[in-house]
Design a protein around this ligand. Structure first.
Ligand SMILES: *Cc1c(COP(=O)(O)O)cnc(C)c1O
Length: 370
């Protein structure tokens, strides 16, 4: 068998991505719907993802850093008008590079505002920026004192063109958490002290908190990629990724035999064990050892033994023997194995699974978002 025949597949459905964008945009209307494509579009590839989202109607994109903005321009660069913002902020010393990449920095503290205002003076031009206000997350953003100072002293922002005022919710996926309303109230109070401009508060989950959370622009990330934005609710998003773990070998193990490193799984009946070409080096969490499962022809097959670096073992005794053979594959995420369930089994969240997907998969994109 050739190398490719033993390679596991990461299938990415760009039409499902576009469908998810349209679902969220419809929910958010009349607010505009942007898309968060930081961390290489949550691991799925900023080029194909941003191009598909652009075709679906998206005109505002968020990355984390200047380097990601430059990658966005290199790999996707949809035609103007497209707005691109960097959520982590950008050092004012990189102002020229930021302008060249056409990326608007989020200013997350008073010192950022001072430094960018000075950069505007130095470059003799107005510089567009977003002001990020902290309303309870205590991670990034201007606090109430900083907002008051900006409100009182227009000279502090004289060189800046404030394109957006934003804040970020800490508990949006818990619909009844009182912090959501508190944060919205604080956002409401603080933004009144600033020059009037577009406002943005909601991430994926925030879109489902009601129209008063939508403001002018919503910023979904994870739901675009098929992850459930609401806990304890049916997932209305379409599945975007499917990992097909290639079976490289199927063997019989007698009762009493053990499987994998540390001999942590003991076979209690004569078993058929399928070894799949995916391991923790591919971002398949080692914490799924003896806990995870996959699907083979619709049959749930338990992951047995430890996940190793390049290989993982499944008990396929109960699956159709005609399907359990080298070259066929076990669905590890998607096609039965819901990404949120896999994440829960691994003791993590789907965000982490997505952003840690390894580079060894054969990445297969389907659809185009049109
Ligand atoms: C990552 C991020 C988002 C997107 O959040 P999701 O939960 O993935 O929808 C929105 N806003 C900010 C500030 C972020 O950091």
């Amino acid at each position: 068998m050739s190398g490719a025949a033993l390679q596991s597949i990461l299938a990415i459905d760009l039409d499902a991505l576009a469908r998810n964008y349209r679902t969220l945009a419809t929910r958010a209307a009349p607010a505009a719907c942007g898309a968060v494509v930081k961390a290489d579009a949550y691991g799925l590839g900023v080029g194909p993802v941003a191009r598909a989202l652009y075709r679906a109607g998206c005109r505002t994109f968020f990355v984390a850093t200047l380097a990601e903005a430059e990658a966005f321009r290199r790999e996707a660069d949809p035609p103007p008008p497209v707005e691109l913002l960097a959520l982590n902020g950008i050092a004012a010393g990189d102002a020229e590079a930021a302008l060249a990449a056409g990326v608007v920095p989020a200013l997350n503290a008073l010192d950022d505002v001072r430094a960018w205002n000075a950069a505007a003076g130095r470059l003799r031009r107005k510089i567009p920026c977003a002001l990020h206000i902290d309303t309870g997350m205590n991670r990034l953003g201007l606090d109430a004192d900083a907002v008051a100072k900006l409100g009182e002293d227009p000279a502090l922002t004289a060189g800046l063109e404030i394109a957006l005022v934003m804040s970020h919710l800490a508990c949006a996926e818990e619909r009844t958490n009182p912090l959501n309303r508190e944060q919205r109230q604080r956002f409401e109070t603080l933004r009144q002290r600033l020059p009037r401009t577009r406002a943005s508060l909601a991430n994926s989950s925030g879109i489902f908190l009601g129209a008063d959370f939508h403001y002018d622009l919503v910023r979904p990330g994870v739901a675009l990629y098929g992850v459930n934005p609401l806990i304890n609710d049916l997932n209305m998003m379409s599945e975007v990724i499917n990992i097909k773990g290639k079976i490289v070998q199927v063997r019989s193990v007698d009762r009493g035999g053990s499987v994998g490193y540390g001999a942590t799984h003991l076979v209690t009946r004569p078993a058929r064990i399928a070894t799949v070409a995916v391991g923790y080096a591919d971002g398949y969490p080692r914490s799924l050892s003896n806990r995870g499962h996959g699907y083979l022809g619709g049959t749930r097959v338990p992951l047995v033994g430890r996940v190793s670096m390049d290989l993982t073992t499944f008990d396929v005794t109960d699956a159709d023997p005609a399907l359990a053979h080298p070259g066929n594959s076990i669905d590890l995420i998607g096609n039965g194995a819901a990404i949120d369930d896999v994440a829960a089994d691994a003791g993590t969240i789907a965000y982490e699974l997505l952003t840690r997907l390894g580079r060894r998969y054969a990445r297969v994109y389907s659809g185009d978002g049109g």
